[in-house]
Design a binder for this molecule. Structure first.
Ligand code: ADP
Length: 592
């Protein structure tokens, strides 16, 4: 049979307690027995001493002179006759009658004496010394060491009539013996009984304990779910919870115990109700209608919100009504939901942008044909103006003023035709080509294209062009598109400021050419990281595609488009391209 440590400890404790109680009981019984024995001995000795005294007085008065030893001898003789072989004091009990003789004590009577027993005692022996004191008049009881070194209980009284001392003694061992036997028997039987009881209870209790442990383990496993927080509420505070709830709420399980769930909830729930009101409403509903499943926002100990789904049910444990709750952390799920809906909103927006881009490209194509259409009447007007001028000169009817007006009309018509030509070029949808072009020329074209817009914005375009030819191998229309976009952005960035100048500088550096568009507008402080992202715009009507397209055009030309803040305020955009001589000249003028 196997005892577990608890059973052994319990058995030892019970045994110790029982043995101590037994010891104390036997001890006090023993003490009582000794006291009674003392009293009995004392009464006996005192009675006998008085009796002997009375006999002595009688003998002194009436004894015959012929008795050996006289009256004293007569009395002592009677006493010896009466008590020789006296056995009434128990197994070891003995009666002594002693007389003092010089430096020793002479024993006149030893009721149990054998021949080998001494009949005198030296005063130096404890018994001899005591008897001497008794002869001198001392009476009472005490424990004294006998001649054979054994402890005895003694009662003694003097017989003053004869100058003798009477002492009755009995071995303490004899008095102790029944108690030692009783102690041994009861100790042995107690220990046996306790161990029997332990073994028996082990038989009965062990299976119960095992079942209890198993069910406790099951409860623990259930409670220690790694995926759900679990808690028991009693009187509105956490009476128990698992470690996972601690993880969800960002603290140790122990920190939760004794606290209210409200301490781990924000003031208000996302539906606008105070956490207190919402909590009370859920509990009331649960008590009335059974288990509840609900969304609850917790607040972690670090202050962060945690979205959870909770189930609440009422349970009864050891007669006490409690609330059992399971908690699922759904924060990640809700974040993903939010991210998904944000992404789908962005897709919507981009779809709108694309539709807009589509409309613009349609407009571009229409612009090309409109420009073509307008070119016809412009050519006609130009012809008519020339003809009118010639006719006026030939008929001699012309006045200087008329000629001047007609010449100016012809010039303006030319100018309009030039604008239309550039516009057509700009919006045509050719395959990209690579031509050897001077970047300075591209910039000049762009400044002319932007002229109308610039006037409209009240802005001046200042050119700082390199005097060298900056030959690049490029599609001039695409380069125009990049630079025109930069200039228009620059002008729009200055709309809210008092600045009026956009400057374009060109130059060459380390085998590369650059065009730098500089403005003193709102600058790039918040947007620098994002300006090249497709569809990134800060403008109400912007598309956010200009810089993204420009950058990819620059890269297709083995160049770069970069931006940096203007130290004087505003922004600088720099288009850098390789010099044509460094690039494959054989491709010049060849469609890609
Ligand atoms: P859009 O002009 O349609 O907004 P862009 O791609 O050309 O698209 O520009 C994207 C964004 O970059 C602009 O909305 C603006 O916020 C910023 N940006 C472009 N150029 C400048 C500039 N010169 N100064 C300040 N911000 C600029």
């Amino acid at each position: 049979m196997k005892f577990d440590r608890n059973t052994i400890a319990l058995t030892l404790i019970i045994s110790s307690v029982v043995l101590v109680v037994l010891g104390v009981t036997l001890g006090s019984l023993y003490q009582t027995a000794i006291n009674q024995q003392k009293q009995r001995l004392e009464e006996f000795v005192r009675g006998q001493a008085q009796l002997i005294g009375a006999v002595a007085r009688f003998d002194a008065e009436y004894s015959y002179a012929d008795v050996a030893g006289g009256a004293f001898g007569a009395t002592v003789g009677q006493v010896i006759d009466a008590f020789a072989g006296y056995r009434e004091l128990g197994e070891t009990g003995e009666l002594l009658l002693a007389r003092r003789v010089d430096d020793h004590v002479s024993l006149l009577l030893r009721s149990r004496a054998t021949d080998s027993d001494p009949s005198t005692l030296p005063l130096s022996s404890p018994l001899g010394a005591l008897l001497a004191e008794v002869i001198d008049g001392r009476s009472g009881t005490g424990v004294v060491v006998d001649l054979d070194e054994v402890e005895v209980l003694a009662a003694f009284a003097p017989v003053p009539e004869l100058g003798l001392g009477l002492l009755a003694k009995i071995h303490l061992d004899e008095l102790r013996y029944p108690f030692v036997v009783a102690g041994a028997i009861s100790t042995a039987s107690t220990v046996v009984l306790i161990f029997l009881g332990a073994a028996l209870s082990g038989r009965v209790i062990s299976p119960l304990q095992r079942r209890l442990r198993e069910s406790q383990t099951n409860i623990d496993t259930f409670f220690e779910s790694p995926t759900e927080g679990m808690f028991l509420l009693s009187d509105g505070v956490y009476a128990g919870c698992n470690a996972h709830l601690g993880e969800i709420l960002g603290c140790d399980r122990e920190e939760l115990l004794g606290k209210s769930p409200l301490e781990f909830s924000p003031e208000t729930q996302p539906d606008g109700r105070s956490s207190l009101d919402a909590g009370m409403a859920h509990f009331t509903k649960m008590l009335a209608h059974g288990p509840q499943y609900l969304f609850w926002q917790h607040r972690r100990s670090d202050g962060r919100p945690v979205d959870t789904y909770i189930s609440l049910r009422e349970v009864t444990l050891e007669g006490q009504s409690l609330i059992l709750g399971t908690v699922h952390d759904v924060t990640r799920l809700r974040e993903t939901e939010a991210e998904l809906s944000k992404a789908s909103r962005q897709i919507e927006e981009q779809r709108d942008h694309l539709a807009h881009v589509g409309r613009l490209s349609l407009l571009g194509e229409m612009t090309a044909s409109i420009a073509h259409e307008i070119n016809q009447p412009l050519t006609a007007i130009s012809n008519y103006t020339q003809a009118a001028l010639r006719m006026a000169q030939r008929d001699g009817k012309h006045t200087e003023a008329l000629s001047d007006a007609l010449r100016k009309s012809a010039e303006q018509v030319q100018r309009a035709a030039e604008v239309i030509r550039r516009l057509r070029g700009f919006v045509r949808k050719d395959e990209g080509v690579r031509e050897r072009v001077d970047l300075n020329d591209v910039v000049r074209d762009v400044s002319k294209l932007a002229e109308v817009d610039a006037r409209h914005h009240g802005i001046q375009i200042e050119l700082g062009l390199s005097e060298e030819v900056l030959a690049v191998s490029a599609d001039p229309i695409q380069l125009q598109q990049v630079l025109l976009n930069l200039v228009r952005n620059a002008m729009e960035a200055m709309e809210e400021t008092d600045e009026v100048t956009v400057s374009i500088e060109t130059g060459e550096q380390a085998g590369r050419v650059y065009a730098r568009v500089k403005d003193r507008g709102v600058g790039l402080s918040k947007v620098e990281e994002r300006v090249f992202e497709p569809f990134f715009t800060t403008k109400d009507t912007g598309l956010g595609m200009g810089l993204a397209i420009s950058k990819s055009i620059a890269e297709e030309h083995h160049g770069r488009l970069e931006c940096e803040p203007n130290p004087d305020g505003g922004a600088i955009f720099v288009l850098t391209l390789p010099l044509a001589s460094q690039y494959d000249d054989s491709q010049l003028g060849v469609p890609r």
